[in-house]
Design a protein around this ligand. Sequence first.
Ligand code: FUB
Length: 324
Amino acid sequence: MKNSLFHAVCGGLLLTAPALALGQAAPVPVAGNPIIKDKYTADPAALVHKGTVYLYAGHDEAPAPEQRYVMNEWLCYSSQDMVTWQEHPSPLNVKAFAWAKADAWASQVVERNGKFYWYAAVEHGSIPGKSIGVAVADSPTGPFKDARGSALITNNMTESKISWDDIDPTVIVDDKGQAYLYWGNTNCYWAKLKPNMTELDGPINKVTTLPNFTEAPWVHKRNGWYYLSYAYQFPEKLAYAMSRSPEGPWEFKGLLNEVAGNSNTNHQAIIEFKGKSYFIYHNGSLPTDGGSFRRSVCIDYLTYNQDGTIKRVQMTTEGVQKAK
Ligand code: FUB
């Protein structure tokens, strides 16, 4: 096309270049996924607040070729269009939890009454195993402070053969104002939270109807249905169940996506923003050292069927278009 322009979306920037002459190699558009290209990011969680999406992610810091998690801090990005992401100074580090010793694993931030609560899995310093802490802030970008001075969940509160079963917290506040915490690895646990969001309000229960539950629960609500998505098998695919109540019973509905490229874990956040649904996950595709311990956050569309079930997600390199 004479005088036409080539457009590529690159980290939110619109790049333009003159049209190609015959026989000239076509420029390769810079892919939308992964969305963060200068750091390895994992375990995404997202919060929609006042027209902005806040993305929280663990920071995979292991230098290649190390095959272990090195994760000391969480990262925070914001966007008004799902394509252009602004990085904020890291609002939370394992060091914020004086009782913890390592491992800034998966987390989620939720808002209640103008305060932002950040639930995060870390390695406990004196109670062997993983645990869950909660930090609080007046702004979604922090600064966040330990809200309790102690862990909300410790490994000795649940029974399991493994010491890393108390990870991957997700929290939802239902329409009646009751908050629920879900978490787990191999077991999917849940408990009510008090209105202060920092204490359990009742016993720890298990969801027992999730086949091949590995980890990474995420609970969201849409049109009267609660959805519990989770990492399924290992290497991980993502699957989901539905219920009319946050307390279940949960009915398994099938897979959401396949193993994400070059990563044995797969971890999702699901949000609605400006009329579209988004599936935020990680893979190991970022050159040159991407992999299971150097992961990267990606975003693709999520589509529902008429009956509320979810269509299989198509993971793409193009990612999503600017939300308007
Ligand atoms: O990032 C560390 C762990 O890997 C997370 O807690 C799991 O969900 C898996 O992604």
